[in-house]
Design a protein around this ligand. Structure first.
Ligand SMILES: Nc1nc2c(ncn2[C@@H]2O[C@H](COP(=O)(O)OP(=O)(O)OP(=O)(O)O)[C@@H](O)[C@H]2O)c(=O)[nH]1
Ligand SMILES: [Mg+2]
Length: 252
């Protein structure tokens, strides 16, 4: 871990935006971030695949024609959301990387707060929570919300942390950290993996509130049954050693 704890400064952020069926939601996400803190963002890594809708691809191109080099549209090779984000992690060149969605379920207004906190303590992960004061769910399926609450309690006990929302993949990381980890999952459980592996490596994590509102266009790629597969990686990582979590080149 010593290479990760070397003095790190916030320089600029890389923002990851996976895209499947978003149009105005993606456009609005980029607009809000640009207005709020565009100077702190080096690049938008827009990740698309063969299932990305043509109208979404058109919006990606439109954003690229407006922002130029700041926008990189990457066609993923590995499948699913985990594959998309894992490739984006490797492409990121900012000191920090922001993991979020393009469907407005990760409210882009929170990005400026994440960046401000990363400037204060650059080595720390800042992650959004829907369960702490100031956070909220709007339009979340009641059964899913109940299960989500149980999952959160279970994983915070299992990892012995005070975190309230480990499955909400809205976070800023030091880029070096995400690039040093050997990632495994390809589907939605990857989103949990992005917090539990850093925790096992001793990363410090701060939660900030965010209001989750159900998307108003397109549909989620996650299935109800898929929520239960989170337990597999949840258990596996709990008992992994640091050397199993890190890529061989990142070991000290
Ligand atoms: N490039 C790419 N993007 C994806 C893929 N799967 C999902 N996304 C995008 O990643 C973001 C989050 O995925 P969603 O399917 O909305 O899932 P979620 O909101 O995390 O999950 P739920 O709350 O369970 O619905 C969205 O902007 C999706 O369009 C994928 O396979 N490839
Ligand atoms: Mg979503």
């Amino acid at each position: 871990m010593s290479n990760l704890s070397q003095k790190l400064k916030f320089d600029v952020a890389s923002v990851i935006l996976p895209v499947m069926n978003e149009t105005y939601s993606l456009r609005q996400t980029v607009e809000i971030i640009e207005n709020d803190c565009g100077n702190d963002v080096k690049e938008y890594l827009i990740i698309v695949c063969e299932r990305t809708k043509p109208e979404s691809l058109a919006v990606c191109e439109e954003i690229k024609s407006r922002l130029g080099e700041k926008v990189k549209i990457h066609f993923q090779k590995m499948p699913f959301i985990g594959g998309a984000i894992r490739e984006a992690f490797d492409l990121a060149t900012g000191s920090h990387t922001i993991l979020m969605a393009s469907d407005l379920e990760t409210p882009p207004e929170v990005v400026k707060t994440m960046i401000a906190l990363a400037k204060e303590q650059p080595e720390r992960i800042v992650t959004a929570s829907r369960w702490i004061k100031g956070g909220k769910f709007y339009g979340y399926d009641p059964l899913k919300k109940f299960l989500n609450f149980i999952f959160q309690r279970f994983f915070s006990l299992l990892y012995f942390v005070a975190l309230t929302d480990m499955t909400y993949a809205y976070r800023i990381f030091p880029t070096k950290l995400v690039q040093s980890i050997r990632w495994e999952e390809l589907k939605h459980p990857f989103l949990l993996e992005t917090i539990i592996k850093p925790l096992r490596l001793g990363a410090r994590v701060k939660e900030i509130p965010a209001v989750w509102k159900a998307r108003t266009e397109g549909e989620s790629q996650n299935t109800f049954i898929g929520n239960f597969v989170y337990f597999r990686i949840g258990f596996r990582v709990r008992f992994m050693s640091k050397s199993q979590i890190l890529k061989p080149t990142s070991m000290v």
